[in-house]
Design a protein. Sequence first.
Length: 281
Amino acid sequence: MSLWLEITATPRETLVWAQTVQAAQELRRGLADDGYLVLDADPFELASAGLIPEGEHLEFDPAGIFDVSTGPDADATLHALTDSGHTLVWHRWQTKRLARKVWGVPVAIPRKGAPRPGSTETAKHFGTTVRSTRGLGLRISRETYARINKRSSLPRMYREDNPAFWDAVDEDYDDADHRIHSDAWCEAQRADALLNFDLNMAHFASLDREEFESALQSAVASRRGMREVTDLMKWDGVPGLYIMVLDEYAQVYVGVANSSTGIAKRIRQHWTHQKEFDRLI
């Protein structure tokens, strides 16, 4: 199966962005088995080069990206990908160094305004552009809610920290360091996550919308200075209390943004962040 793979490059790294986490894991595993250099992805170099747009840093999901380094290592790994039928295209964050090749391997330069790989959706929401990532779409759905990601997102732990617990969960991992979950654990986690999803959706559907709206208006009226927002960008860099309303599910989220983040950026972080697979329960 061939894929469109997006590329970002800095003088110190070359990142390959797969369309899905599963695709990235399969590519990494295959490349590593064949002896090619594949490293974990880190946003530091992109941030240092100024390539991450304001408010979009949470779109960087290491599970769906991998680093093939630079020089001969990158040349060999990228050639292995293209030789397997994959096509490389510059990622939309890459606004610098848009050459026709990277490390001797052809990379397509997308036409301005052309659809990006993975059927990225965009929409205007509260005066700002909202963009889907990794083919997830702009609305929550059961089909995309619990995509398996075998890589652990939990803080690194060592056996000496808690030997009894370590041994008890050892079968849940494929590796000795407890960083890669087993297939059996992932399937069980996905089943539990989808059951939890179904229970929540059924509960949300049972809620009385008129009662919800009345309670919401009462809460807003009790807080002096609260106002309805139609243009989020007017709140860029502004600290304060905010309420996000999910009308379709009769749910609200109340948060606080400090002066260093601001309400607009904090809300965009909510929109772009995807809960880690191993933390869905």
